[in-house]
Write a protein that binds this ligand. Structure first.
Ligand code: FES
Length: 96
C-alpha cells in the first residue's frame, strides 16, 4: 500500500489486494481527511488510523461504518508502471 500524487494533482492510494490485483482509491479518508496510507491494510481490509473506519479494498465499500465509500479510480498496469485515470471521479467526504 502506498500513496502517490498524479499529474492531474489528485493523490491516490494504491493497494495490491490478496491475489495481486492492483486498485486505486482516494488517498484521504472520507471521514476527516486523514491520509489512508497511514492506516493498516491486511490484504483485504483497510483501517484508517484515526478513528478505525474500515473499507473493503475489493470494492471500496465501507465495512464499519457501512454507509461510507472510497472513490475508486480505474487502473491499468503495464509492466512495472501503474496508470490511474482520475478524470471524472470525485473523492467522497462525509465529515460526520
Ligand atoms: S479520519 Fe479516518 S476514520 Fe476518522
Amino acid at each position: 500500500m502506498d500513496a502517490f500524487p498524479t499529474a492531474a494533482g489528485v493523490d491516490v492510494l494504491i493497494v495490491a489486494v490478496d491475489g495481486g490485483e492492483v486498485r486505486a482509491f482516494q488517498a484521504m479518508c472520507p471521514h476527516q481527511e486523514i491520509e489512508l496510507v497511514e492506516g493498516e491494510f491486511d490484504g483485504k481490509v483497510l483501517t484508517c488510523k484515526a478513528h478505525l473506519w474500515q473499507f473493503d479494498c475489493g470494492t471500496g465499500k465501507g465495512i464499519n461504518p457501512s454507509d461510507c465509500q472510497l472513490a475508486q479510480y480505474p487502473v491499468k498496469v503495464e509492466g512495472e508502471d501503474i496508470y490511474v485515470d482520475v478524470a471524472g471521479v470525485e473523492p467522497f467526504k462525509s465529515h460526520s
